[in-house]
Write a protein of this length. Structure first.
Length: 182
């Protein structure tokens, strides 16, 4: 919070309450945000990234926020320059319109070195940065479609979110979330 220069209040930064990997945290945060503003757009970022070109990153965020709507999820891909095995990869459809926005075809979990080299050689794979931009509606619809059990676990407490009852609901239910790979 101190690094943000006081520009955000504590309720605007939502941290993972327990180590369950990314999906439960994104879902819980999206429900909290949707309750405050049903039209909200969300930026999800890992806490350990070094952003060297902050102006370019800001421009990319603004582009992604403008392009996000009630149906799409935008993730930032990083062009790999070596066969990294510590990241998942995203394959994309190469659009001929020159836009930096691409359509995702599939997500590949952390590969072995040979597969990572194949991804680099194919020139249509990017490392998944873990940075996502989406509307609260789009991410929640994605959870309903692809992880209904997790969605139901947290959505049942929707009325408790952003109230004094939230801490009790989270402490009782968050540890029940299955650890997802994403």
């Amino acid at each position: 919070m101190d690094q943000l220069g006081g520009k955000l209040s504590e309720n605007q930064v939502i941290c993972e309450p327990d180590r369950r990997n990314t999906a439960p945290c994104i879902l819980m945060a999206s429900l909290k945000i949707k309750k405050i503003n049903s039209e909200a757009k969300i930026v999800v970022t890992p806490s350990d990234h070094l952003i060297v070109d902050q102006l370019l990153f800001r421009e990319d965020l603004e582009l992604a926020l403008a392009a996000s709507d009630k149906k799409n999820l935008i993730t930032f891909g990083i062009q790999p320059d070596f066969p990294a095995t510590g990241f998942g990869y995203i394959s994309v459809k190469e659009d001929s319109n020159g836009s930096p926005l691409k359509s995702e075809m599939e997500f590949a979990e952390k590969p072995d070195e040979a597969t990572a080299q194949h991804f680099i050689d194919a020139k249509k794979y990017y490392c998944n940065s873990g940075i996502f931009v989406c509307s609260a509606t789009a991410v929640l619809e994605g959870f309903k479609a692809h992880s209904l059990v997790l969605y139901d676990l947290f959505n049942k407490g929707f009325n408790h979110l952003n109230t004094d009852a939230e801490a009790a609901f989270v402490s009782q239910n968050y540890p029940l979330a299955e650890k997802h790979l994403y």
